[in-house]
Design a binder for this molecule. Structure first.
Ligand SMILES: [Zn+2]
Length: 192
């Protein structure tokens, strides 16, 4: 009666990410991948201007990439961070990326998380969140971040999740502007 729901990463992602054994030593290296995923997502017309990735902080290798699939999957929850979390949990074989005995893992998001992705972060089990563009950069092109806590960063830190902001912010924000200038669809949470 009800159809199956499946998510697939766009075909270009696997080739773009390349060598699965590649090491990303610094948070800038890891953010560069998320930002380039966001740019490629716009260039390929496969979704909104947002990229994300989850990394293993012991090996510094990619666990899973994510790109925004909202418009192409017809799904409001398919933000880049949610997609990366789903693919990472499938890759690891657990709903908890921070289960006992697991290496610490990091979520890298080309733009700071919205209310939904902020909420999903502690549930995912990641121990670290790295953000590129700020939410005001997203608002500047017409997106909004939903009803997020004003002090969302401290709320995550209180749950043992380290937050690093403004990593390659300028590059990440330039992808947002590129998307808006190219006439990309802007969608939002309902205004309160
Ligand atoms: Zn989101």
């Amino acid at each position: 009666m009800f159809p199956e729901v499946n998510f697939e990463l766009p075909g270009w992602v696997e080739e773009f990410v390349g060598d699965p054994d590649r090491v990303y030593p610094t948070e800038e290296d890891r953010m560069r991948l998320a930002v380039e995923l966001s740019r490629m997502n716009v260039e390929n017309g496969t979704g909104g201007p947002f990229g994300a990735a989850i990394f293993d902080l012991e090996t510094k290798r990619l666990v899973a990439p994510g790109v925004n699939l909202v418009t192409t999957a017809g799904c409001s929850i398919a933000h880049a961070e949610m997609v990366a979390i789903m693919f990472a949990q499938r890759a690891v074989g657990s709903f908890d990326l921070g289960a006992p005995g697991e290496p610490p893992r990091e979520l890298v998001a080309s733009t700071e998380p919205c209310a939904m992705c902020f909420g999903a972060t502690p549930w995912s089990g990641v121990r670290r969140l790295v953000c590129g563009a700020r939410d005001e950069d997203a608002r500047a092109i017409g997106f909004d971040e939903g009803p997020k806590l004003p002090d969302w960063e401290s709320a995550l830190e209180e749950r043992g999740i380290e937050v690093s902001r403004d990593v390659l912010r300028g590059e990440a924000a330039s992808v947002l502007r590129f998307y808006a200038e190219s006439g990309g669809a802007i969608y939002n949470s309902r205004e309160g």
